[in-house]
Design a protein around this ligand. Sequence first.
Ligand code: M6R
Length: 611
Amino acid sequence: MCGIVGYIGFRDASDVIIKGLKRLEYRGYDSAGIAILNGDVKVRKGKGKVINLENMLIESGIKGNVGIGHTRWATHGEPNDVNAHPHWDGKHNFALVHNGIIENYDALKKELTKKGHIFDGETDTEVLAHLIEEIELVGKVDFETAVQMALKQVDGTYGIAIVNKHEKDKIIVARKGSPLLLGIGEDEVFIASDASPIIEYTNKVVYLDDDEMAIISRDGYQVKTISNIELTKEVHELEMSIEQIEKGGYPHFMLKEIHEQSVTIADCMRGRLLPDQNKIVLGGIERVLDRLTNAKRLIIAACGTSWHAGLVGEYLFEYISKLPVEVEYASEFRYRDPLIGPEDVMLVISQSGETADTLAAIREARKRGALVIGICNVVGSTIARETDAGIYTHAGPEIGVASTKAFTAQVTVLSMMAILLGQRRKVLSETDAAAMIKALHEIPGKVAEIMEKKEEIDQISRLFAYAPNFLYLGRSYNFPVALEGALKLKEISYIHAEGYPAAEMKHGPIALIDEYMPVVVIAVTDHTNEKIISNIEEVRARKGRIIAITTENNHDVRNLAEYCITIPETHDVLTPLLTVIPLQILSYQIAVYRKCNVDQPRNLAKSVTVE
Ligand code: M6R
């Protein structure tokens, strides 16, 4: 959460920064600000989106080749002009932007206040700026040392960038727990929270690790620890393209990303799923495959949509690989003294690879000796780098805050892993493996077929766009899809929605059902078919409005439901890859009817980098 962009070189820094901040707006859009170094440090900032900041800059005409910018997701202090970043020190010598949380800011603020510091706003970041100032002044140390000393005094997380009017042509950045990377060009260096702001200028990046800082000038950069030990960092080459991070004619990123899924699922399987050889090859976990194959249990940890993918994984690993699985909310994991040790394997799932709760779970598990494997989308992300081994989902950049193509790619990876483990653990017959591999291979084409149902889904969306509540029901593999459908609707339409295992309905939620309640039932033709038909009857008896996601040949469900969206048949274990698509489209279209900001829903940020 919060996005940082910085630039030093020969271009107009505000141009680079504004463009970059727009790309990072998915990380937060409560306020935006910029500091340009041109003799002095000029700051412009304010509540609202980057577009407001852009207008402010046009009016001010500030120009310069060195600057830093920020788009905020508020943690401490309401989203207003004063709390917008950058923040000043007391004498307005330098300006600082920050992503993360300074947890001991209150104690530091009290001490600094006693020493005469006056604060403009309520943010933890402003406290850090004043702390640096205090140390520089009292300790009579140079600015860089003051930054290092201050960072050693703060608890919590930070990605920071600072420009100082006395340090011409220099930007200081540092990282602990919040991502930051440098883009290395010819006579120019870019700074960003992720690669999207820099990809049009360079594909060479250096990822900062925790407790590292960089001193950046036009001629290059020097990376060191905050304890001043110089480091040589590897320069990575990115494979991302500019087209991948643009809307490509779609009104919203979310719609583009929903449409992309037939391609992204295929990309995720490319070179890994080998139907001709009845084989799956997952190079990223090759090294740890024996340990994974012999594991007694698997602990899956993730958040949000990735957690839902993890729940699908639980069904897959238990059914296909006969491997016991526990699925944990990453945010809960480390706070309950988890029983995990060297004989355990943890599997973490994260689109961004930067989710703070998931990272904390990884660190806890590794501290206790467990092997940790990651499923990540963002190449080079912190989670990808901190896990022992992993598999990239290769879904390409996901910009819409509501996750769509990342979910289907995660489930694709989980399906491949489950089949591979089933084969290696000798609990899956070659015939069954062949049926699953063939079915998986056919999924992209079937996803494309569902996209053709957009008009049909649109009609249903229009009818229910103003319903105050929704219930989503599913069983077995499709129970997590019910949760995911409900989450999508809540996130982008602000409609209250709940997902339930269909049979649980009679233990409570059935009390909610009346003639105004849309009930989305995922009812594919699998071993739960008869039971879910009974659940549909129970809803009908109470006049609930049934919208069924079902398979073409499921005539019983089609006869019972008021509205039906059909999907093609596939292997039972793979149905989540298809059933989720109509739910994504439904929530998208309802949000559009309700005139909601689909890609940037209120109060949310794409990467949740605070715990
Ligand atoms: O990047 P991650 O997959 O770790 O993110 C986890 C959740 O924050 C994320 O899935 C969130 O729930 C999405 N907004 C869901 O659409």
